[in-house]
Design a protein around this ligand. Structure first.
Ligand SMILES: [Mg+2]
Length: 230
C-alpha cells in the first residue's frame, strides 16, 4: 500500500536510546526524588505511569510526590542532560536506515508528507533534529512541553489529529501511516483511525506478544528499509 503521510515516533524508532525502558525509568525515579517522594514505588507500579495519560497527576500524588505540576519540567531537564552526555558518548544516535528512508519519502516531488509525533519535550526534539541534521525532512513536528496538556501525549490520538490537520490530510483521498516502536504509537494510530506500523528494531522486545494489544499494528517491520515494501 502506498502512503501519502508518514508519521514517525522519535525515540527508539529514529533515534537509538540505549535500554530505553531502563533509561526512562531511571529518569522517572530521579524526578520522583526531586519531588521529595518519600517512598519510591516499585518498578511494577512505576510502569503504570507511562500509560496513565492525564491521570498521571493523581498517580504522582498517590505516590506522595510534591510539586507535581512541575513534574515534566524536572523530568525533561534530566532527560535533556542525559541525552547530551549520551550523544557525546555516541550511545544516542540516529539509526543508520533513517536518512535513507527520509530521503526516499522526500524524493517524491513533495507529494508525500512526513512528521514526527513524539511524547518527548519539544525543546529536546528540536535539539535532536538539528543535531542530527534531519529537520528539513519533516513538514511538521509534534512534541510535548511541560506546560502543554499531557492529554495530547500518545496513546491519545490528539497529537496525530492535530498534525494530520496541519498536513491537510483527507481520509477519502489520502492514506496515513504511523511508524513506532511502542504500544503507545500503535494505540494512537488505531484511535486516530490511520494505519499503524510496529517497528521492531529489537526482535527480543515484547516477548509476551503484541497480539494481546487492543489495537493491532497493520504492519510489522524490523527496519525502515522495509517501509517501502508495504
Ligand atoms: Mg518510541
Amino acid at each position: 500500500m502506498k502512503f501519502d503521510n508518514y508519521l514517525f515516533d522519535l525515540d527508539n524508532s529514529l533515534l537509538h536510546i540505549p535500554n530505553p525502558s531502563e533509561y526512562f525509568d531511571n529518569i522517572l525515579v530521579e524526578t520522583l526524588k526531586q519531588l521529595s517522594t518519600k517512598d519510591i514505588p516499585e518498578r511494577q507500579d512505576r510502569n503504570k505511569f507511562w500509560f496513565s495519560g492525564n491521570n498521571y497527576l493523581d498517580l504522582l500524588k498517590n505516590w506522595g510526590a510534591r510539586d507535581v505540576k512541575n513534574f515534566w519540567k524536572y523530568f525533561d531537564e534530566i532527560d535533556f542532560n542525559n541525552r547530551k552526555i549520551l550523544i557525546k558518548k555516541k550511545e544516542v544516535y540516529l539509526f543508520k536506515d533513517v536518512k535513507k528512508a527520509l530521503k526516499e519519502i522526500n524524493s517524491d516531488g513533495g507529494n508525500k508528507k512526513t512528521a514526527i509525533i513524539s511524547n518527548t519535550a519539544d525543546y529536546i526534539v528540536e535539539y535532536i533534529v538539528k543535531k542530527f541534521n534531519i529537520e528539513s525532512f519533516f513538514d511538521e513536528i509534534f512534541a510535548l512541553s511541560f506546560d502543554k496538556d499531557q492529554a495530547f501525549a500518545k496513546p491519545s490520538p490528539m497529537g496525530v489529529h492535530l498534525i494530520l490537520k496541519k498536513l491537510n490530510y483527507d481520509p477519502k483521498n489520502s492514506k496515513a501511516l504511523m511508524i513506532g516502536d511502542s504500544i503507545v504509537d500503535i494505540y494512537a494510530a488505531g484511535r486516530a483511525n490511520i494505519h499503524a506500523c510496529l517497528l521492531r528494531r529489537d526482535l527480543n522486545k515484547y516477548p509476551n506478544g503484541y497480539d494481546q494489544w487492543e489495537y493491532q499494528p497493520d504492519y510489522i517491520i524490523g527496519s525502515l528499509d522495509e517501509l517501502f515494501e508495504l
